[in-house]
Design a binder for this molecule. Structure first.
Ligand SMILES: *[C@@H]1O[C@H](CO)[C@@H](O)[C@H](O)[C@H]1NC(C)=O
Ligand SMILES: *[C@@H]1O[C@H](CO)[C@@H](O)[C@H](O)[C@H]1NC(C)=O
Ligand SMILES: *[C@@H]1O[C@H](CO)[C@@H](O)[C@H](O)[C@H]1NC(C)=O
Ligand SMILES: *[C@@H]1O[C@H](CO)[C@@H](O)[C@H](O)[C@H]1NC(C)=O
Length: 134
């Protein structure tokens, strides 16, 4: 997955920057990237297609300066953009669960800002499954 490649490339760069001396300003900026911990969705979350939900994350350790062009992507086999252009400091963003994804387990979201964090895996069900309580 693209994100994983980017994350490991970033991690490798940061690691090499630590051993280099003196540490450049660019390396420092990369070391400072903030990956907020996603609170919801999590392993106990079930989204129903077409419904609105809040994606929430922990802002308690937010640095003073972070860029504000954050985005949320839904991922399983592919990536679907759910929200973008919000402020990471807010700690939440409202999204609509897409109606055109296949109901099932093993979905997760990626919160992407200065850096990225991936949620635990959760499930998406269809409105019919929701009504029938399946
Ligand atoms: C998991 O997500 C649900 C919402 O889907 C939320 O109500 C709950 O508090 C979260 N659990 C934890 C441990 O944060
Ligand atoms: C999302 O969170 C905001 C702020 O707490 C709240 O006003 C709103 O009702 C929530 N929306 C949903 C869909 O839970
Ligand atoms: C945050 O950004 C402002 C404006 O660019 C700058 O003046 C300030 O020094 C920065 N603070 C930190 C802690 O980086
Ligand atoms: C998919 O989700 C199921 C149920 O939550 C879990 O048991 C399984 O380990 C997951 N599979 C993968 C490949 O993560």
């Amino acid at each position: 997955m693209q994100f994983t490649l980017l994350a490991s490339a970033l991690a490798a760069f940061a690691a090499s920057a630590v051993s280099a001396s003196p540490v450049s300003n660019a390396a420092r900026m990369i070391l400072d990237v903030w990956a907020p911990t996603i609170i919801s969705p999590n392993a106990s979350t079930i989204w129903t297609e077409g419904q609105q939900y809040n994606v929430t994350w922990d802002t308690s350790n937010a640095p003073v300066n972070i860029s504000n062009g954050a985005s949320v992507l839904l991922t399983k086999l592919s990536l679907v953009a759910l929200a973008s252009g919000f402020d990471l400091r807010q700690g939440w963003v409202t999204i609509t669960c897409p109606s055109d994804v296949i109901p099932g387990n093993n979905y997760s979201i990626i919160l992407f800002g200065d850096s990225g964090d991936q949620s635990e895996q959760f499930s998406i069900i269809s409105p019919m499954q929701s009504i029938l309580g399946l």
